[in-house]
Design a binder for this molecule. Sequence first.
Ligand code: BGC
Length: 443
Amino acid sequence: MSAADPFLEELEQSFALPDGALKAVRRAFQEEMQRGLSGEPSSLKMLPTFIDRASGRERGRFIALDLGGTNFRVLRVELLGGGTVRVAGIGKYVIPEAAMRGTGDELFGFIARSIAQFLNDNRIDAEAKFRLGFTFSFPIDQSGITSGKLIKWTKGFSASGVEGADVVVLLSKALRQVGLNDIDIAALANDTVGTLMAQSYEEPDCDVGIIFGTGTNACYREKVPNIKKMKPAVQSGEHMIINIEWGDFSQLRVTDYDRQLDRATNNPGRQWMEKMISGMYLGEIARLILERMIEEGILFAHSSARLKAGDFETRHISLAESDRSDDLANIEECLEALGLSDSSYDDRAAVAAVCRVVSTRAARLAAAAISAIVTWMDPEPSRKHTIAIDGSLYEKHPHFRQRIVDTLEDLHGDASRQIELTHAKDGSGIGVAVAAAVAAARA
Ligand code: BGC
């Protein structure tokens, strides 16, 4: 028995989500969905997006913008029909700290300059009229497919003067300032919506889109009459995608570590579920636990090194949980790089155990929310649901996907086979081009 074992046992219990707890989360999630759709106070915003999924027949050339993580991306996308997409060019621009947390003018100025550079680098004629899709991966209050006001920044963004403003207006103004006068912004969409759109272009029964990346969120396909808060005058079509904004779900049991993490963020008291699931936060939760263990003298007892805020990242969790070597050599290397040399085998095993506890809770919580969405649409579930998923955590963590699958099986038994998780690679980039094409076909 190692000195850390009693601590780890207690930790496991406080992070556990047994089946009964998952069912309670699912129930509470559906109640919040109901309230959000009716316009009652709810931690789930349930935002109408004014778009339905694709048919796969859409065609055209588009420029897609993707803002929401550490990089701003510009993609040249060609939809060839028959579910075929060609990405003819991608530009990636690191968002400067000053643009992320300065003024809105700085942020949108940076975006416009990056687009101008992309057009130049790819020899795309700026005079030619082309259609642009804008993936804006934050909560937006939309009044149509080409307009939307930012409700609240998340994921560490805080550029001033943007909350409450229409981001399409801000983008158009910034484009004009760099001489790009002729751009038609044909669609504005959340990244989850893009992910669903991109997958549905290939696979028509896709009805949920999810991001597990820096942040986390989901959208799904709702029957328009169920969107009670929407005025009948603006309702069109039978279905509309709803951006749930599940990151803000708050009916959850939180631990001291979650509270400690929350207090240090620039949006305390918000985005509870995001802070328990997504890539921006999982590493930091693990670090807070490891720090507590160091303080209690049950970890790295022979070293005086400490782990500072931000030192231990979610990629370290993925690395620790991938280590299959007998002596946990990869973890040792990673700890050395963090200034923790001379770790014992027990230290390394304890680090792996902490990572497993934190990421397992994230996966089980995500599965409970997926189960809530699917059974909201189809209680049994009696038909197939393709869930399109994108994001770095989903792509890079060695067991995250499998743990979601296992938890869905715990909840649904054999019927869980109706729920198929599919990786929609680059969905958040490509999908908004599909959204622009769907909107153009409808107009
Ligand atoms: C945002 C969502 C977004 C998600 C994934 C969250 O912080 O609120 O709008 O979809 O991150 O990028």
